[in-house]
Design a protein around this ligand. Sequence first.
Ligand code: PEP
Ligand code: MN
Length: 272
Amino acid sequence: MELKYIAKENSKRKVVKVKGIPVGDGDFTIIAGPCSVEDMDMILDIALWVKENGAAILRGGAYKPRTSPYSFQGLKEEGLKYLKCVSDKTGLPVVSEVIDPRDVKLVYQYVDMFQIGSRNMQNFPLLKEVGKYDKPVLLKRGMAATIEDFLMAAEYIAIEGNDNIVLCERGIRTFENYTRNTLDITAVPILKELCKLPVIVDPSHGTGRRDLILPMSLASMAAGADGVMIEVHPCPDNALSDGEQSLNLKDFKAIAERLNSTKECFLDTRSK
Ligand code: PEP
Ligand code: MN
């Protein structure tokens, strides 16, 4: 496998800054927020809560790549406006997904980090487009992507000039159906060995089950991940998307506290 732009130079790792917040500096970054931005009040309430309780970056989908065309597709630009407004109020940087190369310019105006979702990991025109901008990219692993496919997708972005990329393991499709996906924790040390980019884990999409968020977040930390991205909703049972895997506010607080109190134990594995 030939890597040029995301290869480690002199074994040096890349620290990606998201509006000043470092990812990959040896600390453990928590990104949290709803699957979808649903309205202004909910995104503001979530942002204030997760900020108070240990999150450094806010997530929220405005363009939703749903499996069914009949499911909620997101608030689109209206959702981006809410995110920007909440970011200005709270100081939290925001990450949100872009699904169409034609929307990149618009999304750029509202977010601090682009997200490329699993379904678009090999959408090469989209990868090339975000590579031309000066904001960081959260690239999620395709659900049927090998480690090599994943790294090559990151290379597509970096070739265009933007190597501010954070890789996100979010589970792959296997024969197992007790979980929504099979979270490939082994990808974390492998990716960190093979390239310079920070690696985080999304245990929400990786498992599809809120009861697995804590053990899989701890496992990610132990495996050397630079952070996690977790879905949070004030009332998960009423969420417009991914309620089964979303934590309520109280459970998020408990998990974030546990992660913060545990991270010192794993400092040596994380900073490699
Ligand atoms: C998301 O994070 O909102 C999402 C849709 O995840 P994935 O692309 O990993 O399915
Ligand atoms: Mn989701």
